[in-house]
Ligand binder design. Structure first.
Ligand code: OKP
Ligand code: ZN
Length: 331
């Protein structure tokens, strides 16, 4: 398995997320990816591959032009992180004021912008696209150590620590070569990925996550969301009760795997979050470290060309162990 990594993510250091009026320490820290990288190279002796550069046109295939420009322009402004304060409620309004745009292109106050944001978000996409090309060229699997994460990012909105949707862009790239299934096992619903493929039947999206009634992103992830038009039936959500453990989780995973088999994709993308772990500070489910081995083993039995895209996982003490447990089943 090839691991794709770049140290540019170290420049991405959002200091705080604003929750209910409070500045809470930001959970999405550089140590997350550093710990995973160190564990995979030291324990499993896997090689690191640097990402290639891809043209911005790959991002433009799924994200709104004006949104991309806004992020690029705002990123030039300041070293200090900028947060939205006002959320324009209607797209037909002429929104020229930059402070208003911050809220137009965001759905929360967890995802600030500074002079490093555009660069690091683009590099995260490069990592995902490199992992996709490696698999398109014949490797059985690759693991993209993306940071910032991506699965909450929508066509024209950042949110949930995500700016560009790495997994969705990798899926779009691979879908030129055949059908793609995306299985999102991050503890949070992948609202961004869902919305980007909601009307498409060539990309299957399945997400297993903590019930959004209680957990972020709150506004999406119910079992009722099944896709629209030609995409109807190609979007599947499994919201789980809080504290769901290994056994009950595994039943749902096996059901998802059966649905992927029926779809018969050429490629599989896993939006991979270790925030399903019982000791994750924000997660809400109760998986054990050793379960990640079982999870990966079941996924491996599909025998598909598979790209792993790093999403969440916030307990930096367990991330390395979780990643080693998961990846051990794939090598
Ligand atoms: C991003 B990814 C803490 C609330 C949680 C947002 C969670 C974003 C998760 N006060 N904040 O899916 O791991
Ligand atoms: Zn998450």
């Amino acid at each position: 398995m090839k691991i794709i990594y770049s140290q540019k993510h170290l420049l991405h250091t959002p200091p705080a997320e604003i929750f209910n009026g409070n500045m809470d320490p930001h959970a999405e820290v550089p140590d997350r990816i550093e710990n995973i990288r160190k564990a995979l190279t030291k324990e499993l002796h896997l090689d690191i591959l640097a990402p290639n550069k891809f043209s911005i046109s790959w991002i433009k295939k799924l994200h709104d032009d004006k949104y991309i420009k806004f992020l690029e322009k705002t990123s030039k402004l300041t070293e200090e992180y900028l947060y939205p304060s006002v959320f324009p409620y209607d797209n037909y309004l002429q929104i020229d004021n930059d402070l208003a745009k911050r809220g137009l292109y965001a759905f929360d106050m967890y995802t600030p912008i500074n002079c490093q944001t555009f660069k690091t978000a683009c590099e995260s996409v490069n990592i995902a696209l490199t992992a996709a090309t490696v698999v398109a060229e014949g490797e059985k699997s690759s693991y993209a150590l993306c940071r910032p994460p991506g699965h909450h990012a929508e066509k024209a909105k950042m949110g949930g620590y995500c700016y560009f949707n790495n997994a969705a862009i990798a899926a779009e790239y691979l879908s030129k070569h055949g059908k793609v299934a995306i299985l999102d096992v991050d503890v949070h619903h992948g609202n961004g990925t869902q919305s980007l493929f909601y009307d498409r039947s060539d990309v299957l999206f399945i997400s297993i996550h903590a019930d959004p009634k209680y957990k972020f992103p709150y506004f999406s992830g119910t079992a009722k969301e099944k896709g629209v038009g030609r995409g109807l039936g190609f979007n599947i959500n499994y919201p789980l009760k809080l504290k769901t453990g290994d056994l009950a989780y595994h039943q749902v995973l096996l059901k998802s795997i059966d649905q992927i088999k029926i779809f018969q994709p050429k490629y599989l993308i896993i939006s991979l979050g270790y925030d399903t772990h019982k000791d994750d500070p924000i997660g809400g489910l109760s998986l054990t470290t050793s379960y990640y081995f079982q999870m990966a083993k079941a996924i491996r039995l599909l025998n598909l060309s598979t790209v792993f895209i790093q999403e969440g996982g916030y307990n930096t003490k367990i991330l390395g162990y979780a990643a080693v447990s998961f990846v051990s089943a794939f090598i």
